[in-house]
Design a protein around this ligand. Structure first.
Ligand code: NAD
Length: 483
């Protein structure tokens, strides 16, 4: 039986009013795992009303009690850890270990939310003027929502929901219709918490549901994660409707490798960065810039290590790289590689037409390396979002920095070097929100904000960390005189 997904509104599972349902496909087996409703404005309105109705009582619930729900939530996520990881593998295509890593990171965001009683503390000054005291209090604002992508279907919503509700807001999640099952399971766990009805709500769907959230006057703010064109649209729509918004967009992450780097160790790390989650990470390494004499040993080691990666079904524990998310994604990736070749790149490792025994219809793309890539080529400028690494040359460090800063994206950038001088210059000069020094995936932990600059982020307060407390609360200033 294929599960027809329901929305979770006002503390219960409800049928969507949708007339269109899209199949959720396991990209390795092509099995249909569920059907996702294309929820309507009416569905969104119901969720907003439920969240609004819950807000007054929830904000009056002491912050320590609100945080207690997060401890119980964490316990349930730990209890169902392996089930959650399995669902992520089945609907997204990544490996079991990658899915475990995703759930672990999601739980770290729940950990962070247990600190909200401390993080919501305020400051004040007695006698700011004679007999007058001035203090600030942080207050929740009302209904917030998250619109999230396919690539981390469990983790990304957990960047937002726990902190938002621990701060006293109520919440709506609209996951990606390509991978809605992880959130479906997580909401089963949230249901077990017996939160007051309407504190958390789940509305499945695509563009229409997202637009309805952004345009709804009852929604105070939106956290978005997804591609750059949609992030831009979300930022513009939300600001036009007077909402707070943080919109994390796409990426084209560069890695500079200096000749003084330890090549074997660096490339081992770059493998994870380029091919982890089949390259479908906003922090994935997309372009490696070999500086000077690094080129020959780097190229050799990249091809050697990439060609030995075992591609297969994510549920098989020996698999090192799974599928991309869908047949459409595979087609788009292959087209971009083709365009790279037409624009003058050479193919150093070709993973385009691999098949995996037993999963012949799966949407696999093997590790691919393009070389002789130059900064003006489409493959160097635009996000491929697949297991394709472009290799470029720079004559020296300055040229590498110049190439990296030319990108219109600014999500992450890394350098591999044994020189403190180059490491410092790199973090000082490179315009990217997350910097890795001898780290290929510069993923901030939950207590730090998730960086992002240029076309990779629209807004001012980032997701995660103390920025998220600022985003989900308003600081009210109180000026008092009693004498
Ligand atoms: P996407 O932009 O297609 O979709 C993201 C969300 O927006 C989904 O919920 C989708 O239903 C909704 N959406 C899609 N089109 C819309 C429209 N026209 N109007 C309103 N809503 C719309 O992204 P995706 O393909 O699911 O995810 C991959 C992208 O996400 C990549 O570009 C990746 O770099 C990015 N990403 C960024 C970060 C980050 O932190 N910066 C993290 C993860 C993923």
């Amino acid at each position: 039986m294929v599960k027809r997904l329901k929305n979770y509104v006002g503390g219960r599972w409800v049928e969507s009013t949708a007339t269109i349902y899209t199949p959720v496909i396991n990209p390795a087996t092509c099995e249909t795992l569920g059907e996702c409703p294309d929820s309507t404005r009416e569905d969104v309105d119901r969720a907003v009303q439920a969240a609004q109705a819950a807000f007054e009582e929830w904000r009056r619930t002491p912050v320590l009690n609100r945080a207690q729900y997060m401890y119980r939530f964490k316990a349930l996520l730990e209890e169902r850890f392996e089930d959650l990881a399995r669902v992520v593998v089945e609907e997204n295509g990544k490996t079991r270990d990658e899915a475990r890593g995703e759930i672990r990171r999601g739980i770290e965001s729940v950990d962070f939310a247990t600190s909200v009683p401390v993080l919501m503390r305020n400051d004040g000054v007695e006698d700011i003027a004679a007999g007058i005291d001035e203090t600030t209090v942080r207050q929740p604002l009302g209904v917030f929502a998250a619109i999230t992508p396919f690539n981390f279907p469990a983790m990304v919503p957990l960047w937002f929901l726990p902190t938002a509700i621990a701060c006293g807001n109520t919440f709506i999640v609209k996951p990606s219709p390509q991978t809605p099952l992880s959130m479906d399971l997580i909401f089963e766990l949230l249901d077990e918490l017996d939160l007051p009805e309407g504190v958390v709500n789940l509305v499945h769907g695509g563009k229409d549901a997202a637009m309805a959230i952004m345009e709804h006057p009852g929604v105070k703010g939106v956290s978005f994660v997804g591609s750059t064109p949609v992030a831009k649209l979300v930022y513009e729509t939300c600001t036009r409707h007077g909402k707070r918004v943080q919109a994390q967009g796409g990426a084209k992450n560069y890695i500079a490798v200096m000749p003084d780097a330890d090549m074997t160790a660096s490339v081992k790390n770059i493998m994870g960065a380029a091919y982890g989650c089949a390259g479908q990470r906003c922090l994935a390494a997309a372009v490696v810039v070999a500086v000077g004499e690094a080129y020959d040993p780097l190229r050799e080691e990249l091809v050697k290590q990439a060609s030995s990666l075992r591609v297969g079904y994510g549920l098989d524990e020996s698999t090192q790289m799974g599928t991309v998310v869908s047949a459409a994604a595979r087609e788009r990736i292959l087209k971009m590689v083709e365009q790279g070749i037409q624009e003058g790149a050479k193919i150093a490792l070709d993973g385009r037409y691999i098949t995996v025994a037993g999963f012949e219809d799966g949407t696999f793309v093997g590790p691919t390396i393009l070389e002789d890539v130059t900064p003006d080529m489409t493959v160097a400028r635009e996000e491929i979002f697949g297991p394709v690494l472009s290799l470029m040359k720079a004559k020296d460090f300055d040229e590498a920095v110049e190439i990296i800063n030319r990108s219109h994206y600014g999500n992450a950038a890394s350098i591999f070097t044994s020189s403190g001088k180059y490491a410092r210059e790199f973090k000082y000069r490179v315009n990217a929100g997350n910097i890795g020094i001898n780290i290929g995936v510069a993923a901030p932990s939950a207590s730090f904000p998730f960086g992002g600059q240029k076309d990779s982020f629209f807004g001012d307060l980032h997701g995660q960390g103390e920025d998220s407390i600022d985003f989900y609360t308003d600081r009210k200033i109180v000026i008092e005189r009693w004498i």
